[in-house]
Write a protein that binds this ligand. Structure first.
Ligand code: CTP
Length: 536
């Protein structure tokens, strides 16, 4: 039997996994039964990107809002009809926590009657077999997969299959969803599903789509990895105009969107987490009039997306202005500015910057300046015992990087000259063996094998490396995967930046100060006295 908890743990990002634990903890404390459901399960099993976390609880999640907020989640909206909370979990993880419910459709085109239900009943009201699975996150049954329609088999067969013949009639938004999933996964509709799809389309059931579903489906477009192919598929089926009557592929800035997704991939490959949804919406609606854009925004249930989309141009303009000012007068300052900006803004500006200098700075930030890291002499730093074990290491490494960026350390010799004063003395030799009389004492006095990593006694000043150096990429601390840039304090105000602004020579006093702080600095001081004495 497949171990779905293991699969979940290896497939989720560390932040998503923390998100699952957070929701699980809140539900456990409240005594509510919790399941991971829908698209998250489908994506975990199929290997596709897990875009968001859908949870279902047997109970009313709206009551847990305060508990989630106390645990670190942010509320991004709620749907009182189906009792769903839209959350942003730490690390920018999107999540929905909904109530397990049934949907009873009395008349075509009328909203269903919602009633609380068990998870088994809830799975029966869903759209496709691959979305009708639930993974228990409850003590006693944790890891149990509920798969009443054999969704796993359909994932293996790569087909989209509705649960029953009335699926598209009951909820016409499933026509849009089928089109979207088929375009995303390149999975065809199963034969009977295709027939039902065609007939529902011909009978124009889509005209009965609810307003809420329109908003939900618009928002889903923002999170597609290839939004252009999805809107093209929607237009082909005449569903794009259902989302807004004036929306066509011609209203999309296709070049901008293509460039955005390409740049986003490059940024992700560098280890950043970047949410392009607001920028995607910007390009998808680029050629629509303001009024239509405002109408589309009004439909979206998640206020975090609406705000980010609304503000994206202004925030990017602000960043562009700063990149043209004093704050970005040198490469090191520009690096600090861009490192502390939100990756979403940098991504958007990378694609939209009008000024050549701004575009060039962003390009350098992602390419040329990263190569400068390779010039940090890590092997020599290890030999000098300047390793991550030193409390001053992050500052030293950052200062070297900043000086290299600004061209103030032009050669390896200059770099080593700058680094040497920071080298701590080798650790003190081990205490001499106790001497005594008799055979026992002789055994004690026998040579002690060297502890791994410790410098050999009496082998001269050059000690063996204490630990492997940190990889170059981690030295100047680019954006961390899990922490949004905005939440980090820019380092520009901190001392390292000051030192970075100085020449290698003038940075020396900082080295001395660091040396003085280091309790084992004495031998180094002795060395300089000897030197002076010799001179005299
Ligand atoms: N769902 C449904 N019918 C709908 C909308 C949603 O049955 N009209 C169910 C599906 O089980 C779906 C889940 O609710 O998996 C969550 O909906 P949503 O987040 O919209 O879809 P995902 O399947 O998670 O897809 P995506 O990858 O686009 O987020």
């Amino acid at each position: 039997m497949a171990d779905y908890i293991y699969t979940m743990e290896i497939r989720l990002t560390p932040d998503q996994l923390k998100g699952v634990n957070l929701v699980q903890e809140v539900a456990r404390a409240a005594g509510i039964t919790l399941y991971l459901t829908g698209g998250a399960i489908r994506d975990i099993i199929s290997g596709f990107t897990i875009r968001d976390l859908d949870f279902t609880v047997q109970g009313n999640p709206l009551k847990l809002q305060k508990d989630f907020e106390r645990a670190g989640a942010q509320l991004a909206g709620h749907d009182d009809d189906v009792r769903t909370l839209f959350l942003v979990l730490p690390g920018n993880v999107r999540a929905e926590v909904g109530m397990a419910h049934t949907e009873t459709y009395e008349k075509v085109g009328k909203p269903p009657t919602i009633a609380p239900a068990s998870i088994q009943e809830d799975l029966r009201r869903r759209d496709f077999t691959v979305n009708a699975m639930a993974l228990s996150l409850n003590e006693g049954s944790r890891g149990l997969l509920l798969d009443p329609f054999n969704g796993v088999a359909d994932i293996e067969a790569k087909v989209l299959r509705i649960l029953h013949n009335y699926s598209f009639v009951e909820d016409p938004s499933r026509l849009i969803r089928a089109t979207r999933f088929a375009a995303r996964f390149h999975w065809p509709l199963e034969e009977r599903t295709q027939q039902r799809f065609d007939s529902a389309r011909e009978n124009k059931y889509i005209d009965h789509i609810s307003k809420g579903s329109i908003g939900h489906e618009i928002a889903q477009l923002a999170h597609e990895d290839d939004p252009l192919s999805v809107v093209r598929a929607l237009e082909k089926e005449e569903f794009l105009k259902v989302l807004h009557p004036h929306w066509t592929v011609a209203k999309v800035d296709t070049n901008g969107l293509t460039q955005l997704m390409k740049t986003r991939q490059q940024i992700v490959d560098l280890g950043y987490t970047v949410d392009p949804s607001a920028a995607v919406m910007h390009f998808l609606t680029a050629h629509l009039p303001e009024k239509d854009i405002a109408d589309i925004r009004k439909q979206i249930p998640r206020k975090d997306l609406i705000e980010a989309w609304r503000d994206i141009e202004d925030h990017a303009k602000e960043l562009a202005k700063r990149l043209m000012g004093k704050e970005a007068a040198t490469p090191s300052r520009t690096w600090n500015l861009l490192s502390s900006a939100r990756p979403e803004m940098v991504l958007f500006l990378a694609v939209t910057a009008r000024h050549q200098s701004v575009a060039q700075k962003i390009k350098n930030f992602f390419t040329k300046w990263r190569d400068v890291q390779k010039r940090i002499p890590l092997p020599e730093m290890t030999e000098l015992l300047i390793t991550p074990q030193l409390p001053e290491y992050p500052k030293i490494a950052r200062d070297v990087f900043m000086l290299l960026l600004d061209g103030k350390l032009r050669s390896r010799t200059e770099t080593l000259k700058f680094l040497k004063p920071f080298a701590p003395p080798p650790p003190p030799p081990p205490p001499p063996p106790r001497r005594g009389r008799g055979p026992k004492a002789a055994a004690v006095a026998a040579p002690i094998p060297e502890a791994p990593g410790k410098p050999a006694k009496g082998k001269g000043k050059k000690a063996a490396p204490v630990a492997a150096p940190a990889p170059a990429a981690s030295v100047p601390a680019p954006a961390k995967k899990t922490k949004p840039e905005a939440s980090r304090k820019p380092d520009t105000k901190a001392k390292p930046a000051k030192a970075a602004g100085k020449t290698a020579k003038s940075a020396k006093p900082a080295a001395k100060a660091a040396a003085a702080r280091h309790s084992t600095r004495k031998p180094a001081a002795k060395k300089s006295t000897t030197k002076k004495a010799k001179k005299r």
